[in-house]
Write a protein that binds this ligand. Sequence first.
Ligand code: PMP
Length: 288
Amino acid sequence: MKIYLDGKFVDEADAKISVFDHGLLYGDGVFEGIRLYGGNVFRLEEHLERLEYSAKAILLKIPLNRKELAEATCETCRQNGLKDAYIRLVVTRGVGDLGLAPWLCPKPSLFIIASKISLYPPEHYEKGLSIVTVPTRRINPAALPSTVKSLNYLNNILGKIEARQFGALEAIMLNDQGYIAECTADNIFIVHQGEIITPAASQGALRGITRGAIFDVAKELGVPLREADLTRYDVWCADECFLTGTGAEVVPVVKLDGREIGTGHPGPITQQVLASFRRRVLVEGARI
Ligand code: PMP
């Protein structure tokens, strides 16, 4: 596997980052997870825009401009002969000393991996996931904006560990007011009385690129969609529920906290959204 690392393509075994890199020492950096579908990079411009905003928010300078980033991303796929892939683009603060000070890290590092990801076994896309609400709260956006896709994922990892302890593959994380923020690595949507509803980013959700695509899918399907504060009760009593993410794509949820959602099977709107999303990814996007 060829990895893009600071301007060069190197073999995986030679793709090395210093132990003094603040991305490793402090989670000081930003990243994107992007999908390549049949040779088309899905919503590349949106991913790169989010990366730039994340970097701006933490005062990190990305070594490449938008065009160069796009080219490096596509070239990483080409170098690996990939037509379908999960692409991880990471910008770290770079090498510094053992203190926190980012201004003592003169050169950010940028690397791109094009590989595979499979978050949930395929049968869950047919049957739906059973998820739980975990005790760990999503970090308050006033402490670290959830819209920044930073390398600091420990909050989500704690949620993921708790999900597993409760026998679930994914979990709802509440914000500190008790409203639903998102899942550990996915955004959440419910369907209630013919409407699709999702928490606003201000409740502690990442502004997911897949989430954005679902807004377009809903418009195409003529199903009303709005952002609203959601509680666990809203999900328990929803007709349908589904999760979205670059890794997860669109996955139905049929149970939360031991309560069946709707009929206990993926609902009709979820199935339409999933089908429309799967059509869309094949035709949208930048050709590598
Ligand atoms: N929330 C979190 C915390 C995530 O890590 C992800 C995955 N990137 C998402 C939501 C979904 O975002 P996207 O659709 O951009 O992958």
